[in-house]
Design a protein around this ligand. Structure first.
Ligand SMILES: [Zn+2]
Length: 64
């Protein structure tokens, strides 16, 4: 049976890139925290250059 809305299965997200070296090899470090309005901050570190980063996760605006 064919689903009525096949596109509803696809959820698009971007992945974080290191601001210092452009690497996508980023690992979360300590615990994430909610900063309100569905936004989450995740302390992270670039595995390639060691840059400390804060990855900010925002809710997708696709679902309205
Ligand atoms: Zn880096």
């Amino acid at each position: 049976m064919k689903p009525k809305e096949p596109d509803s299965r696809y959820v698009f997200a971007t992945y974080p890139i290191c601001r210092a070296c452009g690497s996508a090899n980023i690992k979360a470090t300590r615990g994430a925290k909610d900063v309100g309005e569905g936004v989450r901050e995740r302390p992270s570190k670039c595995h390639d250059c060691g840059q400390l980063l804060t990855v900010v996760l925002e809710p997708s605006k696709d679902y309205a």
